[in-house]
Design a protein around this ligand. Structure first.
Ligand code: F6R
Length: 607
């Protein structure tokens, strides 16, 4: 949520800085701005409402100049989307300019105190309060570093801040508290970013800041210190494993489609994660009296799929709680393991759930895509899923990889608990190994057909996604995909639930999708079909996503997407990919903003 970039160099950095925030746009894109300074110490700020290219053209970003600068791309959380509220924000005398992510919870009190001292506010943001506070501290202390640190000590809430100042020309000051920030170490310049995309074009060497730390960065070096004590911290430089090419579209019209097509390879990677890591996680899960899995949005549904795999193959039912509700519901203690699922590793709600768990002495674990992220660094047990950068705001490949990792952990736990035999687990693992090819075949052979169905049904405004057993969370996740990328209303529910009320909605303007189990899953198969029949009996449209059967009779579907006979262990995963394509093609037919749907951000780092 919101992206910060900063560069300090010898030479002009304007174009590099604009590129940096363009690469961060997936974090937020309702407004943006840059602040640049050169040797004279004059800071020029330019900003406005709109995406980077649009504002850059309107405000002539590329005509500015400077060898040190900070920039921001915003997804509004505090104050409306207006030019005045866009970042960077400057002190009244323009000597200090900052960008900020996060939410300062005591901004009202600080604003009142600063107001009494004569500070005037041009925006409704908490960020402007911070920059005035730094200015106020500088007037008292006369040192930039002391002013910056003292101001940080007065802030409550969350922040990642980057600052340049006319009083200390060659330096970027930055700090972090529960909002991601890292440094990039280059050969002739240094960088600051809310994630590595800010500087991956220029360097792959990074230094991760921890909560409660600040850094001072010049073009030649950097120093990291503790906000509370001012003591210097030794921190290693780490080499990032991703490069820009991996993050580019590679010929696909949208990142979403590219990432859907990357899934065979991503599943391979999830299957190649070292067995020892999977075993350690399984051991951690079964060694504790209480086992919780948490995530939010898509990762909540991933956790729900995991819950069914644990129940079906390990004989335990973990408690699955959406991370935004975690602290209001979860009774965790020192006998609990809390496993968080997160692509970014920075989602505020999920971080809060982990903090809640840690504060109560529970063990923590995570399955995460982004190496070095906050969650990755705070948990006792970690599996890095290795899915590569996911640029589309909508999560596809990362979520599928997490499902695979959870299925693997469930199998290990099942063997450890003697709920299944090692031989049974081996058979299931072999089935998982068939998934990449099955997905590949589906993408190559069924995409055009799924596209045609999506086109034909694109005038429908309401969808019900139904499934039972392990197919129920698949239905919920698929409904979320449809909503967020196509802006079409969709609801996911257990198909058995339908007759308890929702069936009253069946009419011409509501389509249903039924995620049909394999024929081998006899009860589930029969029960799911009877829900489809209930809808057909009321003349409702039903799209069946099903596998080939030996049955002669026609199944109760208006249209169907028929997948080859597939082992039931991997069947739900294949249907997830069908749903990705269905929502993608519905959204392209409706001409939606695929990679950056309205009102969404890739990494939601606010409460
Ligand atoms: C949906 C989506 C979101 C995220 C959620 C958690 O496609 O991407 O629902 O799944 O915001 O994000 P992470 O996984 O980064 O914790």
């Amino acid at each position: 949520m919101c992206g910060i970039a900063g560069i300090v160099a010898h030479e002009d950095i304007t174009a590099k800085l604009v590129d940096s925030i363009r690469n961060l746009e997936y974090r937020g894109y309702d407004s943006c701005g840059v602040a640049l300074m050169n040797g004279s110490g004059v800071i020029s700020v330019s900003k406005n409402v709109g995406a980077v290219d649009e504002v850059s053209e309107k405000e002539n970003f590329l005509k500015m100049s400077g060898n040190i600068g900070i920039a921001h791309t915003r997804w509004a959380t505090h104050g409306n989307v207006t030019k005045a509220n866009s970042h960077p924000h400057s002190s009244g005398n323009k000597a200090f300019t900052i960008t900020h992510n996060g939410i300062v919870s005591n901004h009202d009190n600080l604003r009142t105190e600063l107001g009494k001292k004569g500070y005037k506010f041009k925006s409704g943001t908490d960020t402007e309060v911070i920059v005035h506070l730094i200015d106020d501290q500088f007037k008292k202390l006369g040192s930039v570093e002391s002013a910056f640190v003292n101001a940080m000590r007065k802030l409550e809430g969350t922040y990642a801040i980057a600052m340049i100042t006319a009083h200390d020309k060659g330096k970027i000051y930055c700090s972090r508290m529960e909002s991601p920030l890292l440094l990039g170490v280059g050969s002739d310049a240094n960088y600051v970013g809310s994630d590595f995309n800010a500087f991956i074009n220029y360097t792959k060497s990074a230094v991760f800041l921890e909560d409660g730390e600040y850094a001072i960065v010049t073009h030649e070096n950097h120093v990291v210190k503790k906000i509370a004590t001012g003591k210097t911290v030794e921190r290693d430089v780490q080499e990032l494993q991703w490069d820009l090419e991996m993050a580019q579209k590679g010929g696909f019209p949208h990142y979403m489609l590219k990432e859907i097509y990357e899934q065979p390879q991503i599943v391979h990677r999830a299957l190649d994660i070292d067995g020892a890591e999977i075993r350690e996680m399984a051991k951690a899960a079964i060694n504790q009296k209480n086992f919780f899995i948490t995530g939010v949005g898509t990762t909540f549904y991933v956790a729900q799929i995991g819950q069914y795999y644990f129940s079906n193959y390990a004989g335990i039912t973990p408690m699955v709680i959406s991370s935004d509700e975690f602290r209001f519901l979860a009774q965790v203690d020192s006998k609990s393991l809390v496993l968080a699922i997160s692509q970014s590793g920075e989602t505020y709600d999920t971080l809060s759930a982990l903090r809640h768990a840690k504060a109560r002495k529970a063990k923590t674990a995570a399955i995460i895509n982004v190496m070095g992220s906050s969650m990755a660094r705070m948990v006792d047990h970690l599996v890095l899923q290795g899915s590569g950068p996911e640029i589309c705001v909508i999560s596809t490949k990362a979520a599928l990889a997490q499902m695979i990792v959870l299925a693997r952990i469930a199998l290990e736990a099942g063997v450890m608990r003697k709920h299944i035999t090692a031989k049974e687990a081996k058979t299931k693992e072999k089935e998982l190994r068939k998934l990449p090819n099955a997905i590949d075949k589906l993408l190559n052979e069924q995409s055009a057909f799924i596209h045609a169905i999506a086109k034909k049904q694109s005038n429908i405004r309401h969808w019900l996604f139904l499934g039972r057993g392990r197919y129920y969370p698949v239905a919920r996740e698929s409904a979320l995909k449809m909503k967020e990328v196509s802006y079409v209303h969709a609801e996911g529910m257990p198909s058995g639930f339908l007759k308890h009320g929702t069936i009253a909605l069946i009419d011409d303007d509501l389509n249903s999708v039924v995620f049909t189990p394999t024929e081998d899953e006899k009860d589930l198969f029969k029960l799911t079909l009877s829900s489809a029949e209930e809808i057909r009996a009321r003349n409702g449209y039903v799209l069946g996503i099903r596998f080939k059967t030996k049955l002669k009779q026609k199944l109760p579907f208006s249209d169907e997407i028929v997948l080859p006979k597939t082992p039931s262990f991997i069947a739900p995963f294949l249907q997830v990919v069908v749903a990705h394509l269905l929502s993608y093609f519905t959204a392209t037919t409706l001409k939606r903003n695929i990679d950056r749907p309205r009102a969404l951000a890739k990494s939601v780092t606010v409460e």
